[in-house]
Design a protein around this ligand. Structure first.
Ligand code: SAM
Length: 263
């Protein structure tokens, strides 16, 4: 049984990394007048209330978006989405990746999300109701393998597992290679945690050998609390949009100059 719930971690510095790059990438891709397909394997509930007891308990948002808000310029796509969500839902609302995507996409684009956890899935459907889309309560890996290549073929797949299943580290390189073989033009973005002991390293080594043209981008930060094992966040991106590395360098500079300051 799955126990991970993203509300404990919503708005932490890993989310800031993943969501700022996602918002940037979709802003870039939607500037072109051609439809795109957005798919996400592990969607979560889409919208979070940072005053929820679970979010307050870990304090991760307080060490994350509460500090990082000031890092981004007013015209950054992440700032723009955060502003629209706070206008609609109040200053303590935080958008998950499905809402960031939905806020970035146009009527001509499509969105397909899978989420396995029954409560998270119910909340996802409700939070996404103003936007529409296709929602599947099924295994995200199966969804990606069965839906790719999507129509239209121009598109973006976010893979954001909770890494609760330890075998994910072994199976991810093979599954992403399989998806890429089926969908050569798709942008595929995998998020992974950087934990003490670096359990991600063999997985990233295997991904880089299988997909040498892909880009890896990692940022580091202090643990959100004593004993917390997460000390960084990584993205592995197949077919990165043009300009991805320049944006990644800007985000790296923000994290290295700001994230390490005392909490
Ligand atoms: N992508 C979300 C965001 O950035 O807002 C956060 C997703 S959270 C890290 C991972 C989610 O995957 C959890 O809600 C969990 O219930 C769900 N999950 C775990 N295993 C899954 C699977 N095999 N297929 C689909 N969803 C799964």
């Amino acid at each position: 049984m799955l126990s991970y719930q993203h509300i404990y971690h919503a708005g932490n510095l890993a989310d800031v990394h993943k969501h700022s790059m996602l918002a940037w990438a979709l802003d870039y891709m939607t500037a072109k007048d051609k439809p795109l397909s957005y798919l996400e394997t592990h969607a979560g509930r889409g919208l979070y209330d940072l005053t929820d007891a679970a979010a307050l308990k870990t304090g991760e948002a307080a060490q994350g978006i509460a500090r990082a808000d000031a890092w981004f310029s007013a015209d950054h796509p992440y700032t723009q989405v955060l502003g629209r969500i706070r206008d609609k839902h109040g200053s303590d609302a935080y958008p998950g990746s499905p809402v960031i995507a939905a806020e970035s996409l146009r009527p001509m684009d499509s969105i397909t999300l899978s989420e396995l956890h029954p409560q998270e899935f119910a909340a996802l459907k409700q939070n996404m109701s103003p936007y529409g889309g296709v929602f599947k309560q099924m295994d995200g890996w199966e969804m990606a393998l069965s839906m790719c290549p999507p129509e239209p073929r121009r598109g973006f797949l976010l893979i954001d597992p909770s890494f609760e299943v330890k075998s994910d580290y072994q199976t991810i390189p093979r599954t992403i290679s399989q998806i890429h073989r089926k969908w050569g033009v798709g942008v595929i973005m995998l998020w992974y945690p950087i934990l003490t002991g670096a359990p991600h390293e063999p997985m990233i080594g295997a991904l880089q050998s299988a997909l040498p043209e892909a880009v890896t981008h990692e940022v580091s930060f202090p643990p959100a609390r004593d004993g917390h094992r997460m000390v960084g966040s990584g993205l592995f991106v197949v077919n990165p949009p043009y300009g991805f590395q320049q944006e990644a360098a800007r985000i790296s500079a923000l994290f290295s100059s700001r994230a390490g300051s005392p909490m």
